[in-house]
Design a protein around this ligand. Sequence first.
Ligand code: OSB
Ligand code: MG
Length: 366
Amino acid sequence: MRIVRIELHVIEMALKTPFVTSLGTVRNRSGIIIEATDENGVTGYGEAVAFSTPWYTEETTQTCFHLLKDILAPLVINHQFTRPEELHKRMAEIRKNPMAKAAIDMAVWDLYAKTLNKPLHLVIGGTRKTVLAGISIGASTVEQLLEQTNAALKDGYSRIKIKIAPGRDLDRIRAIREAFPELSVLADANSAYIDHEKELSALDDYGLQMIEQPLSQDDFIDHAGLQKRLKTPICLDESITSFHSAKTAVELKSCRVINLKIGRVGGLTEAIKIHDLCLEHGIQVWCGGMLEFGISRAHNVALATLEGFTIPGDISSSERYWEEDITLPDVKVKDGVITPFKGPGIGVSLNRKRLEQVRKHYELLE
Ligand code: OSB
Ligand code: MG
C-alpha cells in the first residue's frame, strides 16, 4: 500500500453548549480533518484533535497543521507499507506531537480496513457488540449541572463525569448525590488539586467512581503517593501520552484506571498497545473524549469495542455537541450504548456540504 495524497481540512464549529473545565471554557472548536488516499484511490479519514490553544496539552490546531503539512505528510507520502504499524514506526522518529501523528495514524488504519473491506473494529480485534456511552458535563453552575445531568439520564447515559476544582467540588458532588443517589459519577480535576490534598481528601467519602487527573499533567510520583492515601481510584488522563508513560504509571502504581484517548497517545497503534498493557496488569481502561468531530468519534467507537473497555467512556452522541456534524452518519447513543458502524473502515463518510460550510482552510499534499 502507498499513500499518494493527503488532504487537510481545517474547520471550526461552535459547540451547542459551552464546555467549562477548571482550565477554561471551550465555545468554538477548531480541528483538522484529514483524508489519506492510496494508489488505488481508496481514502481513509483521520482527525487532529488538538485545541486552538495549548490549555489541555501543548499541541494546537496550528502546530498540528505545521507538523502534518511540513513534516509528517512528506514522511508518509509514497512510502510503501503493508501494515498501519509501519507508518506509526516511521513517524516515531519525530519527537512527540502525538495529536498530529494520530491524525495520520487514524487515516491509515481506516484506509487499511477499507482495503480489507472490513469494519475497523473487527480489524483491530474488537469483540464488543455495543460500546458503553457516558457523558462529560462541563457546566458553570450547580443548577446547570443538575439540568444537564437530568437531560443526559433521559438520553440514556448511564454514567456522568463532572468537572471539579477546589471550591467548585463539594457543592456539585452533594447536589448530584442528593438528586441521583445511585448514579455512577466520576470527577475530572484537570490538575486543579496540586497543593490541595485536604480539599481532595474531603471528596473521598462520596463513592465517586474515580477521580481523574487531580495532580500535575506530567506527574506519576505524586499521583502514586496520593493513590496510597485515597480510597477512590485515581484515573490518569493528561499524564498518559504514550505506551511508555502508561508503563511508568503501571510500574509506579500511579493510578488504578486509565482514560485512553487516541489523539493524546499518538494514534490507534499506540492506544491498542496501552489497552493490552492495562488488561495484562488489571488496570481499568475507558475511552476518553476530546469534544471531537465525527471522524475521531467514529475511531473512538472502534477502539472501545476492545475487550478491556468494560466501563462507559466519554463517547457521546454527535448531536450533544453539534447542530450538524461533518460525518454521515454521525455517532448516536441509544439506551446508553453505541452500536459500532457496519461499513468498511470507520464506517462513516464525510458530509461534504457541512464540511465546506465550516471549513477555514484546505491544503492538498502529494
Ligand atoms: O479532560 O477529559 C478531559 C474535553 C476536552 C479536553 C479534555 C477533556 C474533555 C472532556 C470531554 O472531559 C470529553 C468529551 O465529551 O468529548
Ligand atoms: Mg480528563
